[in-house]
Design a protein around this ligand. Structure first.
Ligand code: GCW
Length: 723
């Protein structure tokens, strides 16, 4: 078998089809979930047309103009014709939008309580009578609240919801809702699978790509209020005047949409840019340099948000280079930002191969002793799990453990470890699982969502026409934004909205696509890293299986994490092992530590289990492991069939694109299963049960496959040897 031959020809076919198409690709993905196509598949069109006959946006700030533009374009598309603006008479069906300060109509309405609940950024949507006319009102205390409300109203129409008794008050649960771009100044994107960076540094600040505005619109539609433009593996040059002018140009485009700009700060910038001999955080010249630099930034970007910093991690410079602590480093920048209201998001993603303890313990060990040592405007940015954005990890033990330091949770929207551009993996369930996890830090009910001030998502956006490299990857940008606004939303509800806005309200589409999305992440877990395994991907680019990866830096290898041996599989993190389990609060600690109560999904994360040992299911580890790999592959096949059943219900362009990627996923899910099972078999020496689909090749065959080093889309086709 040549596992990659089929996917190659499908990709080629798609390219040819696109090239042969005589008309512009209408469903090329550019419009994201803001397509605003006629609500033809809704029985409510007549109701919507009657309810929305006149657009009255009172106020004239850039943000209110953005709200007006969005409503007029959106409603014209959804309802099939433009709705007239304000004139001297208020009509039945008026859509009134504004703040009490900008709108006499809004100020005259009994909305004081609702507006109080809406806060600075929230909004009120109400159907009510205004001056004797039946109206719909979008009210906020700020322009951006109104803008968010406008998007929320459009979403209700896009998702076929009734407007008659509309009464919504919505306010974001988290203050910081940010995208983190890992974009480099040379246009490459670390772990980006959607083309080169969106930021066209070469042509900024004079030439402004219209996409920047659409990027801001998409973020505002979700309530995302900040964007970190640059990679955490930072380049000091972004802080030089020429680049700051470019940053200022982007900030000007984003500002009306409530989207603040942040940058990553390279700790050694005072040396590289300032010509100083040191970057020691306690050195007075270094402090003066950062103060001057920050003043300079605020001069050109008055609403600059602040810095994200990766320090003393994976080779990045940091305060420990000068025998100072992370708190010394963070406080240096915080001190410079404080007079301007800026913040520092200091990353907790630190681990060192020189430290002999279990890698997943190290961030907690490093930062808990520093609790209380940070300035007020420092937040510690903690990844969702203690390792590194794996298909599944337990929640990070730092959540709840830093009572005097505000935390922000970082998740990865780009699917570095989950099949990158092609594999369908809807990530909302991953994030929902963590947000709802109970840390017990302050007794029962201390969920992770309650321990954080913000959510940062490593963006999956590039300059590909469809922004995210695949139609379904867009759902992860969407889900991230919705959860950052309301961490209590369910994955099911988010998928439902996204499908209706992106594809259709037709129940024959919504039901099956929702089922696919909700099953997809567990499928990836099953065929890549079932039962709590982690970091079994190929070295470097992390694409494809590599459970045998060893050598080099130990704490980045697969064998470090799987601990496979002739006795069994899994990492003992109980008291008899690394005792990482001890970093959790008691009831959680005990649940994870005990073989009787550890969730099966995390079994091998916390325990080394004998191959023949019986699990709670009654099956042995070996049997259970095989079942999970098989289930992963079966789910992908089922997704392929389910999608195949939608032909004719989904436009042909997207139907074929998704179909092609599902074929790739099918081939690669089997590659994952077979390579992994062949490898585990070399330790367990146990037979495969009768009827089990045996690996197509020998272990040696899988081991010698080589993918190119970190290419944009690392298919292995060019290097796949003949069987
Ligand atoms: O997930 C790992 C990635 C690195 C990344 C690092 C981090 C930006 O493999 O590419 O570097 O995490 O989060 O800093």
């Amino acid at each position: 078998m040549r596992p990659f031959a089929s996917c190659r020809s499908v990709v080629a076919c798609c390219v040819l089809l696109a090239a042969a198409s005589p008309r512009p690709a209408v469903e090329d993905g550019y419009d994201l979930w803001l397509r605003y196509r006629l609500v033809g598949d809704s029985g409510r069109l007549a109701e919507y047309r009657a309810a929305l006959t006149q657009l009255v946006v009172e106020g004239d700030s850039p943000t209110l103009r953005a709200a007006r533009d969005e409503l007029s374009v959106g409603l014209a598309g959804l309802l099939g014709s433009a709705i007239p603006g304000a004139d001297s008479v208020l009509r039945d069906g008026a859509l009134i939008a504004g703040t009490p300060a900008t709108s006499r109509l809004v100020a005259g309405l009994p909305l004081a309580d609702d507006l109080r609940r809406a806060g600075d950024e929230g909004f009120v949507l109400r159907a009510l009578r205004v001056r004797g006319r039946q109206a719909i009102v979008i009210a906020g205390n700020s322009g951006v609240g109104v803008l968010y409300g406008a998007f929320a109203l459009l979403r209700l129409i896009q998702t076929d919801s009734p407007l008659r008794d509309l009464a919504v008050v919505s306010a974001p649960a988290l203050r910081l809702r940010l995208l983190d771009h890992w974009d480099n100044l040379d246009g490459t994107v670390e772990r980006g699978y959607a083309g080169p960076s969106l930021w066209d540094w070469a042509h900024l600040p004079d030439s402004i790509d219209p996409r920047y505005r659409d990027y801001a619109r998409a973020n505002a539609s979700l309530g995302i209020n900040g964007t970190v433009l640059t990679n955490v593996n930072a380049d000091a040059r972004v802080l030089a005047p020429a680049f700051l002018a470019k940053v200022a140009a982007l900030a000007a485009v984003f500002r009306p949409y409530g989207l603040r700009v942040y940058l990553t700060a390279r700790f050694s910038a005072p040396i590289e840019l300032g010509g100083l001999a040191t970057a020691d955080p306690l050195d007075s010249a270094v402090r003066a340099w950062w103060r001057g630099k920050v003043d300079e930034i605020y001069h050109v970007v008055p609403d600059f948000g602040g810095f994200v910093v990766k320090a003393n991690s994976e080779g990045q410079p940091g305060p420990q280079d000068y025998r100072r602590t992370h708190a010394d480093g963070a406080n240096l920048l915080a001190e410079a930002l404080a007079p301007h209201g800026g913040i520092v998001m200091w990353r907790a993603f630190v681990y060192s191969s020189e430290v002999p303890t279990d890698r997943v313990r190290q961030a907690y060990d490093e930062f808990v002793p520093l609790d209380g040592a940070f300035r007020d405007n420092v937040l510690l940015q903690v990844k969702n799990g203690p390792l590194d954005f794996q298909p599944r990890e337990p929640f990070h033990p730092l959540f709840g453990a830093m009572s005097r330091t505000p935390l922000i949770m970082e998740v990865q929207i780009t699917k570095e470890y989950l099949g990158q551009d092609t594999h369908l993996a809807f990530l909302a369930p991953t994030w929902e699982e963590v947000l709802r996890a109970d840390t017990y830090s302050h007794g029962a009910g201390s969920t992770v969502a309650r321990q954080i001030r913000g959510l940062a998502g490593v963006a999956n956006i590039g300059s590909d026409r469809d922004w995210c490299g695949s139609d379904f990857n867009q759902a992860n940008w969407y889900a991230f934004g919705r959860l950052a606004w309301d961490p209590g939303l369910s994955s099911t509800a988010i998928a439902d909205e996204w499908i209706r806005m992106t594809f259709s309200n037709d129940p024959r589409v919504v039901g099956p696509v929702q089922a696919m999305m909700l099953a997809s992440r567990e499928a990836v877990v099953n065929y890549m890293t079932p039962l709590g395994l982690a970091h079994q991907m190929a070295r470097g680019h992390h694409y494809g299986p590599g459970p045998w990866v060893s050598g080099g830096r130990a704490d980045q290898t697969s064998v470090y994490f799987n601990r496979a041996d002739s006795a069994g599989l899994g990492f003992d993190r109980t008291a008899s092992g690394s005792n990482a389990v001890g970093q959790y609060f008691p009831p959680v600690r005990n649940r994870f530590a005990s073989r009787d109560s550890v969730p099966e999904t995390l079994l091998l994360w916390f325990h080394h289990v004998r191959w023949n040992e019986r699990l709670r299911s009654g099956r042995t580890l070996w049997e259970e492991l095989l079942r999970h790999y098989e289930a992963g592959v079966d789910t992908v096949r089922w997704m392929e069939r389910t999608w195949g059943g939608l032909e004719g219900l989904v436009d042909a362009e997207r139907f074929h694109r998704v179909q092609g990627f599902l074929r790739i996923q099918d081939v690669e899910a089997r590659w994952w299963r077979d390579a992994s099972v062949a490898y585990w078999e070399s330790f367990s020496h146990l037979p495969l049960p009768p009827g089990y689909e045996a690996p197509a090749h020998s272990l040696d065959w899988y081991r010698q496959l080589r993918c190119p080093p970190d290419p944009r889309k690392p298919r292995c086709e060019t290097v796949m040897p003949a069987p």
